[in-house]
Design a protein around this ligand. Structure first.
Ligand code: ADP
Ligand code: TRP
Length: 335
């Protein structure tokens, strides 16, 4: 009895953490520091069971070239695995491989008030910016709700920009539960307000859409060239420089140890230390710090068989959960 209570308590203590990652490109240093590393840390917490998936159906709203999409899906999966996402404890899968999500999306569509989608910030923003304003973009939040509700997620860690999508999910789930009895777990969002914003090579927020990223997974030669492109001012070599306004230093101080940062501050202050030297130091630091992850990333990209094996293993587990939830939904709806 005591053992049962203990085990039941343990099960109750375990939270299912679920998040989706769009496959819109190869993950860059901003994605790694702002999203991948914190989420992998959360997945390694013994109290959590993580369901992380690659939202390739969502990326179809913007990426129509299938070869590009497949390449992105592989790159995203390889990056998560390289950074230590443990698929023996957790679940990694491609959204499109569990087509049950499309069926649930339809059901949820019929419980989603049209104005709620028409007023969503991200839809307004995308329909202002993009030339291809398709219906997929409009129901994007419903597919996202289906992603979450299909797997009984308790906690959904997302960036601030996804807050409204989570509210929509909670609204849809609550209204469905209200009409049909307890069907879905109503998830909590976890929005990390203090996630640092990593700056790109031009000093703006690093983002694929600004073309200012640092790709740590490219070859040494290309990575060095990428880092040498970081914009700096024209203070002459011999003069002292201000580290606090320098884009190279901004990245260096996030990655380096305290001692290395103190040393670099001295270099800037003493003069005769050029931006080229600082960039070289940043390049060497990245090479050293991420040696393991860069090697693993390349191993996965060169062994897509193994990458697929790990994904397929996750997909089998995810599908089982999805089918059970969907069965309940169909039954409650009378289908
Ligand atoms: P991008 O702007 O390059 O398209 P995404 O919007 O796909 O990046 O972001 C994927 C994840 O990476 C999100 O969780 C986002 O918060 C995080 N992220 C993206 N860029 C940065 C950045 N410059 N600094 C910190 N986190 C970032
Ligand atoms: N819309 C999310 C983004 O752009 C990605 C996503 C799709 C997601 N489905 C999800 C995130 C479900 C969390 C849960 O970042």
């Amino acid at each position: 009895m005591a053992i049962c209570l203990f085990i039941c308590d343990k099960i109750k203590d375990m939270s299912r953490v679920l998040t989706g990652i769009q496959s819109t490109g190869k993950p860059h240093l901003g994605n790694i520091l702002g999203a991948i590393q914190p989420a992998v840390a959360m997945s390694n917490d013994p109290k959590n069971e993580a369901y992380f998936f690659i939202a390739d159906l969502h990326s179809l709203t913007t990426i129509k070239d299938s070869a590009v999409r497949v390449e992105n899906v592989n790159a995203v999966a390889a990056a998560w695995l390289a950074f230590g996402f443990d698929t023996t404890k957790n679940v990694l899968y491609r959204q499109s491989k569990i087509p049950e999500v499309c069926e649930l999306t339809w059901y949820l569509n019929c419980f989603t008030p049209f104005p709620m989608l028409a007023n969503a910030h991200s839809f307004k923003d995308k329909s202002d910016r993009l030339s291809d304003v398709n219906a997929g973009l409009f129901i994007y939040p419903v597919l996202m709700a289906a992603d979450i509700l299909l797997y009984n997620a308790d906690i959904v860690p997302v960036g601030k920009d996804q807050k409204q999508h989570l509210e929509i999910t909670r609204d849809i789930a609550s209204s469905f539960n209200h009409q049909y009895g307890d069907t879905f777990v109503v998830p909590e969002s976890k929005i990390d307000e203090k996630v640092m914003t990593i700056t790109g090579i031009d000093g703006q927020k690093m983002s694929k859409s600004y073309g200012n990223t640092i790709d740590i997974f490219q070859s040494d030669k290309k990575l060095r060239k990428n880092i040498m492109q970081i914009m700096t001012d024209s203070t002459p070599l011999e003069e002292p420089k201000n580290p606090d306004t320098c884009n190279v230093f901004a990245l260096y101080q996030i990655l380096a140890s305290e001692d290395q940062v103190a040393e670099m501050r001295k270099n800037y202050a003493r003069g005769n230390y050029g931006y080229g030297h600082a960039k070289q130091a940043l390049f060497e630091l990245i090479i050293e710090k991420y040696a393991d992850q860069r090697a693993k990333y390349n191993d996965f990209m060169n062994d897509l068989g193994e990458l697929n094996r790990q994904l397929e293993e996750g997909e089998a587990k995810a599908r089982e959960v999805a089918q059970n939830v969907l069965k309940k939904v169909r039954k409650n709806l009378g289908f």
